[in-house]
Ligand binder design. Sequence first.
Ligand code: SAM
Length: 520
Amino acid sequence: MLNDEQLAMPFVVPKRIEAQPFLKWVGGKASLLRQLEEFFPHEIDRYFEPFLGGGAVFFHLKHRFPDMRPFLRDGNKELINCFRVVRDRPEDLMRLLDEHSHGFRADGDTYFYDIRKQHDLTDDLARAARTIFLNKTCFNGLWRVNAKGEFNTPVGSNKNPNLYSRDNLLAASDVLQNAQLEAQDFRKTVDEARRGDFIYFDPPYLPISAYSDFKRYTLEQFREADQVELARVFRELDAKGCRVVLSNSEHPRTRELCAGFPIQVVCEKLHDEQIKILQAVAMNQREAVVEAMKANGGYAMLGHLYKEALKISGVEWGTKTPFKTINRIVQDPKFFFKIRPGLWALLEAKDTLPADLKERPKPESDHTYFQGLLVELGNLRKLSTYVPRQDRGRKFLGKALGDVATLEKIYDFTYDEIVRRAAMVDVIWFSERRFPAEFIEVENTTDIEGKFHKFLDFDVFTTDFRIVAPSARQEEFKSRLKQPVFKSIANRTRFTSYETVAELHSRASAMAETEARWNA
Ligand SMILES: C[S@@+](CC[C@H](N)C(=O)[O-])C[C@H]1O[C@@H](n2cnc3c(N)ncnc32)[C@H](O)[C@@H]1O
């Protein structure tokens, strides 16, 4: 049993260190992680890294998302074997590394070249120890192979290198526990990855200078044709619904291969005086729309997406028409479906949507929905908006209609009797002078003529009247309005379809968003 004093002592929780690459790898991304951060998603379940190299990005992401399931791949068999041995036998590995360290200190270059010659080792543990030893003692940590696929980098200048850090190797082993490791070509990712997976591609770069022309990590080398294939794989995975990011060198050919994807330039200092630019294809635009919808409960009005999806960092929308792009994105039936005009939802959220959005819309809820859109439209036009008292509690996309309208009570704009009758109109827009600018009735089930009679009460005022209804009712609207009794309101009573109201609402939201940026 613990005594009181012991109970009062704070528990000592071992600090989890963030594992770092245990190999020095050309093209390693450790120095770029901060800049790449904005391209990574906010949550990751299955993570693919087809060009693993030293694994800097994997170690970073795994620390951020401990539950992430990694699928790590690289064309280099020795590299993958090394990661497996670190995962499964770190203690044995460190013992062999200590032997290498000893041998190298005693016999220097001779020891290095003796070990380098051992191309035919079959024991995985010995192979892994050899890989780490050569990597840490060769020139610049360069893993380069000859035409036979044999490691051929010469010995480096550091004669007393540290082959490993115990804490780091154990931390690396720890985070690799649930990693699936395969030595394979990047093309296989297409068959393995599923919708929603995150894939980070960091291939050997397209050469931009003599310095950067390094593609001999593997026997096969990475050629122009592979870059073209990679672009195809990238597109295929994007079309499948995967979240993809790719880094490559700043080169016109990269831009050509990645045409249609948002591209962002990040800078990397390669040698003391040389700055290399590389591009990353940012999180795609659809992903931003999905995230904005998720944050809103799995559904959203276009107007909401115009505002929220554009705020998500790491996505380039281009300068021209992001609103049109969003409009196009939501029409992809693989990911989204339309609930009502202007209102879209995520296919994957279908079962978890609020009850009133799950079923096919009923005429009564249509009525409230369009009332809500009309109120918001009036608000966007900077008019005061009113809905009848009995409708104030009705739900419009999770909010009470009364909270969306700006007026709690109708303005006393004329005699009590007329104000009382006006108070029953579905939506009224009031001008700055507190005078009705437009009376609007939403009509879906009953007789349109009744609405005209309602409007007649206000024909002495210089206001407009509007019927909002399904487009199929337009003919009925026209023929009824022709009757002589409605002469006093005929030329200022308009018909607007549900679709047009939704469209106007989206456009007004886009305009408001553009203006907000203009004024920012
Ligand atoms: C730029 S490095 C990756 C660097 C890594 N992101 C890091 O942070 O260390 C490119 C990697 O691609 C691998 N590679 C080359 N050709 C490949 C192919 N066809 N399929 C899969 N991997 C390949 C190389 O072995 C090398 O490890």
